[in-house]
Every structure is written in structure tokens, then in C-alpha cells.
Design a protein. Sequence first.
Length: 212
Amino acid sequence: MRQHSKEEEIILPPKRKNNHKIASRFRGLLPVVVDVETGGLNPAIHPLLEIAVVTLSVDVEGKFYRDNTYAYHVEPFQGAQFDPDSLALTGIDPSYPLRFAIPEKQVLHLISSKITPLLEKYACQRAILVGHNAWFDLAFIQAARKRVQLSDVPFHSFTTLDTASLSAYVLGETVLARALRAANIPFDIDQAHSAIYDAERTAELFCYLLNK
């Protein structure tokens, strides 16, 4: 079982940036890539267990690239139910003490603290969640927000950018691994279903589709 810190932050080497193009490209919305791992498929009864957030930037040539990654292990909420098939797929043991999981409310505050400064930096009004089957990730975030009674999170409440749909249109593929293969982006099936790994590969796929 891997050991994790409470917050994993991966900072990539700096590139020259062209930040103003982000707001103009998405009509004032800031794309942020998210992947969640959960204890099942129903956000009302199954818990959020992992979440990774990947920010994007644009270089001087107008090309999007993966920027920073922030990842957290999440404590199951009180009374959460678990689907054994989902836990078998992800390999997550929610009771393992060295997960260093933190409560949902703290996780959402930490994510907001990373995204909110970027909204001002890039002159955007709101973040928009980018994900592979993005409705799933947003549903779990919104369910967690309601449980902890947060009035808001930085993401648009219903609009998403879905790399599954984009990949179907551009590449003729909807499955993440197949879409990555079609885009010649390396994908290791043994690392799949980790929030960090899936979020970073989704970010690379999204940048590929945008830049193409």
C-alpha cells in the first residue's frame, strides 16, 4: 500500500506563459482538470475517497500545457456506504491509516485556495471542470459541498468540458485509455484509477485536443 502525504503537490518547470488567452478562449471560464476516485457510483450514498486537480496554462505560442497538480485523500463522510466492486477497481482501503485522509470540507477549502487566485490571475469569472465523463466528477464534488454546507465551490455548478465527448468527436474514441493511445500519449494501465494519474493523463489529452 502506498503512503501519501496529506497534500501532494507536483510543480512542473516554469514555461513562458501567455495567460490572457485562457479567458478569451473560454469566455471567462478557467478550465481545471479534475479526477475523483469514489466508494461507488452514487454521490448521495457513496463517498469521495481521492481527488486530484490539475491546472493548465498557455505558452507564448498559444499552446495549452499541464501546469500544477494538487491531490488529496478524503475521509469518507459519516454513514457512507461502499460498493465492493468500486473498491476492488481502485484498490483503495478507506480504513488504511497511512492514507492520511482529511475531511471533505477541508479538501474543498484547499481546492478553492488553489483555484481562486488563478481566477484573478487569468481574469476569469469562474472555473469550469474538465474531466473524462466530467458529470461524474462534478456530481461528487457538488454532493460533498452540500454535505458540508459550503455555499459555493469555484466550479461552474453544471457546465463542464468533457474529454470523453471531445475525444469521440476528434479521435473516434470515448474510453480514456483508447483516446490516449490514439493521441500517442503514454498510458500505464497499472497506474490507472489513481486520481493523480488519471487527472494528469486527462489534462494531457485535453491539451492535445485543444492544441490540435
